[in-house]
Design a binder for this molecule. Structure first.
Ligand code: FE2
Ligand code: FE2
Length: 143
């Protein structure tokens, strides 16, 4: 990964809570940590390729935090039922309590499960995370 991307992502990656995502399994194999980095990197590449006007750090930060739900969903727990539907909200609450988020970043986290959750993103960044989340999920399984 490019140095520029690392610089944009570094503060979040190094944070104690984000480091916990290394221990959270995701998509059969892999971790939330690896998956989140992949989604953020794909968004970053898209940003560069298409010369997006949006602030790159804002985009990378929102993408890194899209699955910041901070629990191990393999563990059977009543709170984790309906993970597919509920985890964006949990991730958003966790992210908001730790970082000042822009509207676009909140949209990226809240709506990334569309169409599993019924309301589509309302920002371009929200659509990007929604799209690259699916790309990364396929890569997590078969890549
Ligand atoms: Fe997710
Ligand atoms: Fe995801």
């Amino acid at each position: 990964m490019e140095k520029e991307f690392i610089l944009l992502a570094r503060d979040i990656i190094r944070s104690e809570d984000f480091q916990k995502t290394k221990n959270q399994r995701h998509h059969v194999r892999g971790t939330v940590y690896g998956h989140s980095l992949k989604v953020a990197y794909l968004c970053y590449r898209h940003h560069k390729l298409f010369h997006m006007k949006m602030d790159a750090r804002e985009l990378v930060t929102g993408a890194l935090l899209h699955d910041f739900y901070l629990y191990d969903r393999q563990r059977k727990d009543e709170k984790h039922r309906f993970h597919w539907l509920r985890h964006p909200r949990t991730a958003l609450e966790n992210a908001k309590s730790r970082y000042p988020l822009t509207d676009a970043q909140q949209d990226m986290i809240r709506r990334h499960m569309f169409p599993v959750t019924p309301v589509p993103p309302k920002t371009k960044a929200g659509w990007l995370v929604c799209f690259y989340d699916k790309v990364a999920a396929v890569d997590d399984r078969f890549g």
